[in-house]
Ligand binder design. Sequence first.
Ligand SMILES: [Zn+2]
Ligand SMILES: [Zn+2]
Length: 355
Amino acid sequence: MSTTTDTASTAARTGTGNTTAASAVTGSTTAADTVAGRPAPLPDLEDHPKVAGERFLVGLFVAVPMAALAAAIPLAWGWGLTWRDVILAVVFYYVSGLGISMGFHRYFTHKSFKAKQGLRIALAIAGSMAIEGPLLNWVADHRRHHKYSDKEGDPHSPWRFGSDWKALTKGLLFAHVGWMFDGNHTSKQKYCPDLLADPAMRRISKLFPFWVAVSLLGPALIGGLWSWSWIGALTAFFWASLVRVAFLHHVTWSINSICHTFGKEDFEVRDKSRNVNWLAILSFGESWHNLHHSDPTCARHGALKGQIDTAARLIWFAEKFGWAYDVRWPDEAKLAGKKSTKRQLGSMTKRAAID
Ligand SMILES: [Zn+2]
Ligand SMILES: [Zn+2]
């Protein structure tokens, strides 16, 4: 561990600021904001570190799907890839990926819209099926990322070790996967008191191992019944469970690594977040990460005209059906001062009043 890392974790451990971390990125206030009696700020990290078994499991879920992905290509030309597997892989990719983008990220972390209970539960379950950790842990880590964003205390900044090419190479690897092996848990009490106070969400988060099983065994079961064969179950498990999870993991992790290093700064930010167009479709719009850091509670990340944002489109549909409401669409007046491009804002934008 370098000195930078040690300082970073010390800073994270002690915590700073008067408002709670959760309110800083959600734009709302929580019970913990109460200044009466001026409680001491909660520490950023929980006081029990990750046990060895937990770190081993993270390693297992990184290594096994990745090995599967490497083996996938030669297998594709040999045997065991059918349209059935492709359909199942795409469906499960969309369900779990949109669960992360629309659910874990835009809804639970940033409250960019309000949702009826049925939709909240569906989003919490769908996101859990991406196997990126339990809901409450994901939200706590991500709110901490926004609080420190490329500074000391950010759980996954590629700039952690410095900005020369050697430090940045190390940093990119750290931001992509290495950070998950950090021995500490982000404090849920400090970063997501709202979700801790919500019994349904706490329960879904606790049931994470069950959602992992559903996500991995679901495709195998459907593939087996669909083809009425064991081999059909096996190929579905390979493509729609292992390969799909590995692919989605790398896309999500790329938002932390690539989208904080390369790309365009279309909107003014204090960190290194950037817009990366080639990842937009695969990431459901998450790679418009520069706008996201410029205006974290905005429901559409690809706010500029022509920027594809599948998650925003789904929020738009949910709003039409009445399942989502009070959606925080891009606000022309608010974004005007931050825009560093001549490009216009796209649809779903709240237009500024013309005098
Ligand atoms: Zn970020
Ligand atoms: Zn975010």
